[in-house]
Design a protein around this ligand. Structure first.
Ligand SMILES: Nc1ncnc2c1ncn2[C@@H]1O[C@H](COP(=O)(O)OP(=O)(O)OP(=O)(O)O)[C@@H](O)[C@H]1O
Length: 294
């Protein structure tokens, strides 16, 4: 369990983290989501004892990181690609980490397997792609078999297959009862992985809610309509107070009116419709709306 309580941190004139509170319970994938510079890394660095807060506190299993017993067995962390010895192989790097932290060396093979690096364990890190370096960081985080995982932008550099594998791995780790906290600025990718979102912008919490609720609260369902005279229909819809935008395929994406109202308006003006359907708002739209509202 992770608890962040009224955390703040200032760097000169910048309030990087401004009274941030949230919880990440065990058994759940929680995403800390926000644009670049929102304060995600600073929050995670404080949580991991790498920066001191000006106010508030961040606890892991009820304790500050620096007070944890055998921290690597309790918390696995992936921060921005840290210092690794590029001349070593992935296997050697993890083995060195295990030995220097008194962790069982048998864990090395397990985490290489878990992160899809088993076939590249004997390759020098200098030859790793960004995605492979990211997997190696994740393998290092998992080495102590920790109950809490804190991963800063773990999706960065991964290709579609890597993202899908990471998603399954995070889900599995949470299903095993672990606490998984992931930061990202990529709404679409995170939404399919996380159960719960903590959205931050300019150092403040803008939303703290189940992923599914974000759509319901922050995006209006819309209508998709196509006809032979989209520009005319768009004018009519706008006069009726709706927001209508032409999509690349020539249809109109409309919000602010129901599908029935669009149908009735078209009928009144004798416009034949080719298609009319309701659309759900996308998470990406919900996220952008939320940031805009803030
Ligand atoms: N060590 C530092 N010294 C000065 N300013 C900093 C420092 N670390 C962060 N900041 C500033 O604090 C704010 C929050 O940065 P932070 O890195 O926490 O955001 P972020 O959400 O993680 O963004 P990104 O995705 O770009 O890393 C930014 O304005 C950043 O410039």
């Amino acid at each position: 369990m992770i608890e962040v309580e009224q955390l703040s941190k200032r760097y000169g004139g910048t309030l990087a983290v401004d009274d941030v509170s949230f919880r990440a319970p065990s058994g759940r994938v929680t995403a800390l989501l926000g644009p670049n510079g929102a304060g995600k890394s600073t929050t995670l660095r404080i949580l991991l004892g790498l920066a001191r807060p000006d106010g508030g506190r961040a606890l892991i299993n009820g304790t500050g990181y620096r007070e944890l017993d055998e921290p690597l067995k309790q918390v696995g962390a992936l921060l921005e690609a840290g210092a690794v010895h590029k001349g070593r192989t992935g296997y050697q790097h993890l083995r060195w980490l295990a030995e220097s932290n008194r962790l069982p060396v048998a864990r090395v093979r397990i985490v290489l397997e878990q992160t899809g690096l088993a076939a590249r364990g004997r390759t020098r890190i200098a030859g790793y792609s960004l995605g492979m370096t990211q997997r190696l960081g994740l393998a290092a985080a998992l080495l102590g078999d920790p109950g809490v995982l804190v991963l800063d932008e773990p999706l960065n550099g991964l290709d579609a297959e890597g993202i899908s594998q990471l998603r399954s791995l995070l889900r599995q780790l949470a299903d095993e009862g672990r606490t998984v906290l992931v930061s990202s600025h990529l709404m679409a990718e995170v939404a399919r992985t996380a159960d719960h979102l903590v959205v931050i912008g300019c150092g403040r919490v803008l939303a703290d809610l189940p992923t599914a609720e974000l759509i319901a609260r922050h995006v209006a369902p819309g209508v998709r309509v196509s006809c032979a005279e989209p520009a005319r229909l768009a004018d009519l819809l706008r006069s009726a107070g709706a927001v209508a935008q032409q999509t690349p395929d020539g249809a109109l994406a409309v919000t602010g009116v129901t599908a029935a109202e669009v149908g009735a308006l078209a009928a009144r003006h004798q416009l034949a419709l080719d298609g009319l359907s309701r659309t759900a708002g996308s998470l990406e739209d919900a996220y952008l709306n939320l940031l805009k509202e803030a």
